[in-house]
Design a protein around this ligand. Structure first.
Ligand SMILES: Nc1ncnc2c1ncn2[C@@H]1O[C@H](COP(=O)(O)OP(=O)(O)O)[C@@H](O)[C@H]1O
Ligand SMILES: [Mg+2]
Length: 390
């Protein structure tokens, strides 16, 4: 080979993108080093070897080049590469190049591996969604607190006025002049009945306002380091013996060795709500599988434990996914209140974790409770002897 051509060859090898050059007859003329790296081929593999035996991962690219009849600007192709177990994505461009008009064109494919970039983008989108959800809940909470607070004043007014009115009518009833007029007495009795109804209705409204205020105020928690396995097993056993879940199948797979710092009652409420929803979604006859995995906090790499609560129910419509964590969102009509998931979300968030969901219509639903692992030793020595660390 002429020295200039050899140099051109070396230049192609230091390009940051993969490159494959094909003749119109489908034979490969050149493959550069980056292409070999991306496709997981040995550095010694030459274009002539590929024309002889074609590795599986190259077949989709060769087909793409063979079928192309014109330039392709920036497109993507999914294929499986030996470098990773899951599908990979390559971003590519294809160009037809002619040395001169008498020569048939060469097809030049340049490509880069964008699998990780796409994954990072998806992760970013997810983080943004989660952030929006938590901001949305915070602002809804503030709004609820404001409305509930404002409703308290008129309700107090109504209840004071009805009590006064009631007292006055009761007194009126006892007057001899009134006692002598049965029609007047009857009207007063009817008035008292209406007042009773107003008092009952405003009491109900006051209870609702109190519930709303309780929902809006920060959750008070008593945090203790506990083995996650024990918390999950206890609540599942309690649910299994509950008549509501008698025909529902609940199974725990695996035993996480991790401890988490949690408010046991609050965390149990989360599991109760998730299992109850799964049970509701399957008319009480479905099944839920609880299993565990490990993760890392994307912000600081701290270890996390993920509890998966997966059911075989009808799944959740894509269009509703953005609303299920909103307070008062329910698809159960008068049977639902729509506070379960929103409370679960806040509770898990207050444990320094995250509640997320994956669901495809007709393919079940999987809620994931991600919690930080509590890593400190179980017992600490101090001057008084051995005491629990928490
Ligand atoms: N496991 C599940 N399968 C299908 N839909 C679910 C599941 N869990 C929650 N949902 C949906 O989310 C909505 C909100 O749930 P939640 O906040 O617990 O309120 P509620 O149970 O009172 O409706 C439910 O009405 C339902 O549409
Ligand atoms: Mg619910």
């Amino acid at each position: 080979m002429q020295p200039e051509l050899l140099m051109m060859d070396n230049i192609l090898d230091i390009l940051p993108s993969g490159m494959i050059v094909m003749r119109v007859d489908g034979s490969i003329l050149k493959i550069n080093q980056k292409a070999r790296d991306i496709l997981g081929l040995s550095p010694s593999v030459q274009a002539s070897d590929l024309n002889h035996t074609m590795p599986d991962c190259l077949i989709p690219l060769v087909k793409l080049m063979e079928q192309a009849t014109q330039d392709i600007q920036r497109a993507e192709i999914s294929l499986s590469l030996p470098v990773r177990p899951e599908e990979s994505t390559l971003g590519f461009s294809l160009k037809f190049l002619r040395a001169d008009d008498t020569q048939p064109p060469l097809k030049i494919l340049t490509f880069t591996d964008i699998t990780q970039v796409q994954k990072d983008q998806l992760a970013m989108e997810k983080i943004k969604d989660e952030l929006n959800q938590s901001k949305k809940l915070a602002s809804i909470g503030t709004m609820i607190a404001g409305v509930a607070h404002e409703m308290n004043n008129p309700l107090t007014g109504i209840s004071m006025s009805t009590s006064l009115l009631k007292m006055n009518l009761e007194r009126l009833k006892t007057l001899p002049q009134v006692q002598e007029h049965p029609k007047l007495l009857d009207s007063i009795e009817k008035g008292l009945l209406e007042i009773h109804k107003i008092a009952r209705a405003s009491e109900k409204a006051a209870v609702l306002v109190n519930d709303l205020l309780a929902y809006a105020k920060p959750i008070q928690m008593v945090l203790v380091a506990l083995p996650l396995q024990a918390v999950v097993t206890d609540i599942v056993n309690a649910l299994k013996s509950h008549p509501h879940f008698s025909q529902f199948h609940i199974e725990i797979k695996g035993q996480p060795p991790h401890r988490v710092r949690c408010d046991r009652i609050k965390l149990e409420q989360v599991f109760y709500n998730l299992v109850k929803n799964a049970c509701d979604a399957t008319d009480g006859k479905g099944q839920v599988t609880i299993f565990f995995s490990e993760a890392q906090n994307p912000k600081d790499g701290a270890p996390q434990v993920v509890t998966h609560v997966k059911d075989n129910g009808p799944g959740i419509d894509k269009a509703l996914m953005g609303q299920i964590f909103d307070p008062f969102f329910t698809t159960k009509g008068h049977r639902g209140v729509g506070l379960g998931l929103s409370i679960c979300y806040r509770t898990v968030e207050q444990h320094g974790g995250l509640l997320s969901v994956d669901s495809t219509k007709w393919q079940g639903t999987e809620f994931k409770i991600t919690l930080p692992v509590f890593e400190e030793p179980l017992y600490l020595e101090n001057n008084q002897g051995v005491t629990g660390s928490l």
